[in-house]
Design a protein around this ligand. Structure first.
Ligand SMILES: C[S@@+](CC[C@H](N)C(=O)[O-])C[C@H]1O[C@@H](n2cnc3c(N)ncnc32)[C@H](O)[C@@H]1O
Length: 378
């Protein structure tokens, strides 16, 4: 049977959770990635996209509900693309993410993940310190619908994922324009994306990091501490060791490694972030550019490496020159378990085994999860 967008399929049995916050269902032998469902449910699905080998759809009616289903708190849950799992409990959403991490790491990396997805702060809401709002046709702020440029206007109470200061901007703007909202340690900023970015300050431990409102900073208010602690605990750095912080942003992990007395080299693609990193961690040596192109300029021997790439991961071109420097430990911080699984598999072929993977719920109510893997030479 050929599906077409808009078609509604009745009483589809929902299978396991898939990477990306969807659930796998089969209908007439074809795979459908369904949004807004839960495993074991019988739901009516409206087809939203048809690809060659699968279709995508959204739940329009629940005929037989899972015991884990709850009423979402937000009136635009399911309509807005921000949340994937508001229709279930925080505990169950972490179990779903555990299944995704275990499946991706086993399938792509040959690694058996036996851990849990750790709760970082109790509850689901009030954790995002950075938001990107879009103005709708009447100039009111909203968020994008799933896989669509359509703007869903914020409810009166604002976005529950955001910390209170930036959850409900009372600003208007031209349709399709974007508004960046940042709740930093020193100030709250609302800036249109075509305005000059503002420099804000974030504090982590005893160190202050300056970062542009247009640059990368971890979104969850507890992420910098949680990830830094996991990286340091896994690497166990010693004073005098030589370390590389790759994809270093404004120097978060470089600062933590410098604080324990390591000699740190950082590489980052965003030139402005590198300028901030050099101010934030003046003890370290930072280079601006593509890690793939600059990896050969790292010292020929490294004791420790931190990898914190974007969603695409590090990949087969970048891992060989880094692991050839035979670091005694590598911390890989990953927001995509599929890319992490692939890279753990590549690292294994280069003589690095995965000794631990921790998973953290740094994106509650969404399908996203952050992992920290520690690799050591065989
Ligand atoms: C997930 S962020 C991590 C930043 C930093 N470690 C932190 O925690 O704040 C990934 C960073 O990689 C940078 N990046 C993306 N592709 C890159 C590349 N090919 N080479 C160097 N840096 C890159 C981005 O600009 C971004 O700052």
């Amino acid at each position: 049977m050929n599906f077409h967008p808009g078609q509604v399929l009745a009483e589809v049995l929902v299978g396991p959770v898939a990477h990306g916050g969807h659930f796998v269902a089969r209908h007439d032998g074809r795979v459908i990635f369904v949004r807004g469902a839960l495993s074991g449910e019988l739901v009516d699905v409206r087809i939203t996209e048809v690809a060659k080998r699968f279709a995508r759809g959204e739940t329009v009616a629940v005929r037989q509900a899972s015991q884990h289903r709850i009423e979402p708190v937000c009136p635009v849950a399911g309509i807005c693309g921000g949340c994937d799992f508001q229709h279930t409990t925080a505990a169950h959403s972490r179990e779903l993410k555990r299944q995704v991490v275990a499946e991706q790491l086993a399938h792509l990396g040959g690694y058996e993940f036996t851990g849990e997805v750790a709760e970082v702060v109790p509850g689901d809401f009030g954790w995002r310190t950075r938001m990107r709002y879009h103005f709708d046709e009447s100039g009111r702020p909203g968020l994008l619908a799933p896989r669509s440029p359509r703007v869903v206007r914020l409810p009166e109470e604002g976005c529950r994922l955001a910390v209170a200061e930036i959850a409900a901007p009372r600003l208007t703007g031209p349709p399709a324009a974007e508004l960046i909202a940042v709740a930093a340690d020193d100030q709250v900023v609302f800036a249109a994306t075509d305005e000059k970015p503002v420099t804000v300050t974030q504090k982590v431990g005893a160190r202050s990091y300056e970062v542009g409102t247009d640059g990368f900073w971890q979104a969850h208010l507890r992420a910098p501490e949680v990830l830094t602690e996991a990286v340091l605990a896994g690497l166990n750095p010693l004073a005098g060791e030589v370390a590389a912080d790759l994809y270093c942003g404004v120097g978060l992990f470089a600062g933590a490694l410098a604080d324990v007395g390591c000699t740190v080299f950082g590489i980052e693609g965003d030139r402005r972030a590198v300028e901030f990193a050099a101010q934030n961690v003046p003890e370290a040596d930072f280079r601006a550019g593509d890690v793939a192109k600059l990896a050969d300029r790292l010292p020929t021997s490294l004791d420790l490496v931190v990898l914190d790439p974007p969603r695409a991961g590090v990949g087969a071109a970048v891992l060989p020159p880094i692991l050839a420097r035979r670091p005694r430990a590598v911390a890989y911080v990953a927001c995509d378990p599929a890319a992490l699984g692939r890279d753990l598999g590549i690292a294994a072929k280069l003589g690095y085994r995965t000794v631990s993977v921790q998973a953290f719920d740094l994106f509650p109510t969404t399908g996203q999860v952050e992992c920290v893997a520690i690799l050591k030479p065989e």
